[in-house]
Design a protein around this ligand. Structure first.
Ligand code: PHE
Length: 470
């Protein structure tokens, strides 16, 4: 085994690693994004493609990412650099780490804005703001929040401050201590909510919506969104899972931990989806409500159900906890790199990095009010040779951040991670990290060498309209 040690410390057990990685994976992606995109793309067929991507692409790539992290034992940039050196490969592979850093900055800046909404809604729920509200009241409440840059800024600042405070304390004292407390809380809150959906919601309609496939809904774009979401929800492709892997104890099994993490993430997405749709369908609200599904449809439901103030509070607390545990994993690779590079203390580095992300986030939150119609890439619309960027030319900053990271940078990072691990690490190195049965190992190798890269590439090109299959 390679006996490198992480300069940032190590998780105390494999279980803590699973909790941490599951905390990273389970987030706004599961509770906010998954239900609303499943709603927009018609439910069943979308959900099936998404599940297929988790198993065929996500799980093998997660194994690859953790393997690279544990062997490199540093931030993604330096892990890649060290591994390329060890294996006599080109230093160009460090690009995976650099792309990951950029992606981290971009994701966290809009993620924090939505995390801020969920914090705001914890307060609204506690104040009884949904009580007896009808759909237009809750829509007005959400709009009022969106239209006030200062309020959005305050919540975005609070979210970044919480994430910063945890990451600044380091792996053991910060991340691990927070996760030990937050993850059990998250599961408890989710169980309460699903129980509520079962007792008082329309669970039958929810099940049929989520699992009855309607193949006519499967466009190239729907498949791209489903695949991009598989990366996003598993936190793959930017080094978040890689850096957590760098803190993984030597003896832990990468295969087993991966299955637990992917299993927990998928279970939470399914349960959250069922709970949310069972509430939505019990009230005749449209499932294709868009990003507001969580913040408009649900509060209406909470406002008109017995115990709704309490359950509303529980629900948004759940969303906030999930968002914070993901936020720290997006910040960690960047902070780890900056600590290694500068030699400054972690709190100082974390503060500087958070400040930059916070600033980009201002652009994201202004997309809902002052800069609503501002499309930064609009000027590309008239450049004929860049026609394939057309889908981006109409997007505001928020959508641009979300689109380029989710549909482009994460899948691209994922392919490169799969190719590097599969083709450039020697078999003995891989076998040292992955002492699984010969058959399983071969299956994994085929997946990361061939299946995942080709599948991701086809979906990317098709979805971007560069190659059309549908
Ligand atoms: N997986 C997180 C979610 O579903 C988001 C995330 C993306 C976290 C990329 C880390 C890295 O909300």
């Amino acid at each position: 085994m390679s006996d490198r040690e992480s300069p940032h410390g190590q998780w105390s057990t494999s279980l803590v690693f699973v909790l941490a990685a599951a905390g990273s994976a389970v987030g706004l992606g599961n509770i906010w994004k998954f239900p609303y995109i499943a709603g927009e793309y018609g439910g069943g067929a979308f959900v099936l493609v998404y599940l297929f991507c988790i198993v065929m692409i996500g799980i093998p790539i997660m194994v690859a990412e953790i393997t690279l992290g544990r062997r490199g034992r540093q931030s993604p940039v330096n892990s890649l650099r060290t591994l390329a050196q060890d294996e006599g490969r080109s230093q160009a592979w460090t690009i995976i780490g650099w792309m990951g850093l950029l992606t981290g900055f971009l994701i966290l800046s809009f993620y924090s804005v939505v995390g801020g909404w969920s914090l705001a809604y914890v307060l609204y729920a506690a104040l009884g703001a949904f009580s007896e509200a009808d759909a237009s009241d809750t829509a007005a409440l959400f709009e009022a929040l969106q239209e006030s840059p200062w309020t959005l800024l305050a919540w975005h600042t609070l979210f970044m401050a919480i994430v910063f405070a945890i990451v600044a304390r380091g792996v053991r004292r910060g991340l691990e201590r927070a996760l030990d407390f937050l993850m059990p809380l998250l599961f408890l809150l989710l169980i309460i909510l699903v129980g509520y959906g079962l007792v008082s919601g329309n669970m039958a309609a929810a099940v049929s919506f989520m699992f009855r496939p309607d193949v006519s809904m499967l466009t190239g774009e729907a498949i791209l969104v489903a695949m991009g979401h598989a990366f996003f929800t598993l936190s793959l492709g930017m080094g978040a899972i890689m850096v957590y892997g760098a803190y993984l104890p030597k003896r832990s099994s990468i295969g087993k931990t991966t299955l637990s993490i992917a299993g927990i993430d998928t279970l939470v997405a399914m349960l959250a989806g069922l709970a949310i749709f069972s509430i939505v369908f019990s009230l005749d609200i449209s499932p294709a409500e868009g990003p507001g599904l969580l913040f408009v449809a649900l509060p209406t439901a909470f406002g008109n159900m017995p115990g709704g103030t309490f359950f509303g509070f529980v629900f948004f607390a759940l969303v906030s906890v999930a968002a914070v545990t993901s936020g720290i994993s997006i910040l960690e690779p960047v902070v780890a790199y900056a600590v290694e590079k500068s030699g400054w203390t972690r709190p100082v580095v974390a503060a500087l990095v958070s400040l930059v992300i916070w600033t980009i986030g201002i652009g994201a939150l202004l997309s809902f009010n002052l800069w609503e119609g501002f499309a930064p890439l609009g000027f590309l619309a008239d450049v004929p040779r860049l026609w394939f960027l057309e889908p981006l030319t109409g997007l505001n900053i928020f959508d641009l951040l979300s689109w380029t990271t989710g549909q482009l940078l994460l899948p691209l990072g994922g392919i490169l991670i799969a190719l590097f691990a599969g083709w450039k690490l020697s078999q003995p190195s891989l076998r040292e990290e992955l002492p699984m049965s010969e058959d399983l190992f071969t299956a994994w190798l085929v997946a990361v060498r061939v299946v995942a890269p080709i599948a991701v590439l086809i979906v990317l090109l098709n979805g971007l309209g560069i190659l059309r299959f549908s």
